[in-house]
Write a protein that binds this ligand. Sequence first.
Ligand code: F6P
Length: 371
Amino acid sequence: MELILQMKKKKLLIATGGGDCPGLNAVIRGICKRAKKSKEWEVYGSKEAFNGVWSEPPYIIPLTPKRTAGIHVKGGTILKTTNKSDPLHFPVKDEFGNIKFVDKTKDLAAKIQELGFDAVINIGGDGSQRISKALFDHGLPVVGVPKTIDNDLAGTDMTFGFQTAVQIATDSFDKLVTTAESHHRVMIMEVMGRDAGWIALHTAIAGGAEICLIPEIPYDIEKLVKRIESRYEKGRGFVNIVIAEGAKPKDGTVVSREGEVGSKHVKLGGVAFELSNQLKEAGVRAEIRETVLGHVQRGGTPSAFDRVLASAFGVKAFEMVMDGAFGKMVAFVNNDFVEVPLEAATKENKVVNPDGFLVKAAKGLGISFGI
Ligand code: F6P
C-alpha cells in the first residue's frame, strides 16, 4: 500500500498598517496567488494592522482564494487598517487616565510566534516598516512591502499608491484650470504628502501649474506675489497653484492640527487657506479660491501601474519568505524588483531633492517654487 504523507503547511501572517492606499489588495492577492503555487504555505490576515493579533480571541482570517479573488482592482484593504495602535508607541492609559505610549513590539513578536506563525509580511509605509524592523530585531521572521501615496519611503524608487494619487490630483487640477481661466482667479490646490513634496511636484508638472510649493523648498511670499502679478500684467490672467500640505514659508511653520488620541502624528492640512491669507495680506488683488483635496487622493481603484507594482511586490515578498530573506523589504529600484535591508528603508524619509533634475525640469517649464 502506498503511504501518502501529508506535509504540515507553514503559516504566513499578513498585516496592512497605517493609512490605507490604493494597491493594498493587489499586494494581498499577489502574495496569496504565489503562496498557493508553492503548496507549502497557508496565508492568514490580521485585521486592522496587528490589532487582530492582540484581540481575544485573535481576529485573524484565512486568506482563501475565494476571499482574495479579483480584489486587485478594489481600493482600500480587505484586512482594514489603523494608524492608532503602533506597537512601537502603543497608547495605554496610566493610573490617572492619561494616555502614555509604550513599546510593545517584543510582546507582539512573541504573541505572533505563540499563535504558530512562521513568517510575517508587513505592508505599510515608514511607520509600519519601523515596526517590521523592531519585530525582526526581536526574532520574528519579517518581510516588508512599501506602501504610501506620499512616496517618501527610502530604499525604493517608488511606493505603490503614489501614481494613483498623482493621477487623482492631476485630474482635479485639470478641472480647476478651466474654472480659474473662466473667472481670472488664483486657484490654490492643496495635496497630501506629509513632509515630502512628491505628489505636489508630479501634479504641478503633469497639470502645468504656475506655482508649486513643497516642504523641501520654503517659499518667499514676495516672490509669489511677483509671479502672480506677472500673469495679470497683460490683462486678466489666471494662476493655478499646487501646494503640498507640509509646505511652509521661509521662517514660517507647518500648518497642523492636533493629532487624535492614540496617534503620535500631528494632522496636517489647511495650508491652502493660510497661503490664501498670506497672498491677500501681501497685496494680491485677484480673487483667490482654495481646494483641499484630502482623502480623495487615497480612495478608489488603483491605477494600472499601481496594480502592476503592487502585484509584483506581493509575489516578490512571498518569494523572499520562501528564500528566508527576512529583515528586508521588497523594493523597486532602477526598474527592477529587489530586496533592501529594513534598516536602509527606515533610517530617514525620502524627500524631494531641491537640486535634483525634476525640480530643475519644473523650473525649466516655468513653474515657480517661490524662491
Ligand atoms: O501618509 C499618507 C497620508 O495620506 C498623508 O499624506 C496624510 O498627511 C495622512 O496620511 C493623513 O492621515 P489620516 O488618514 O490619519 O488623516
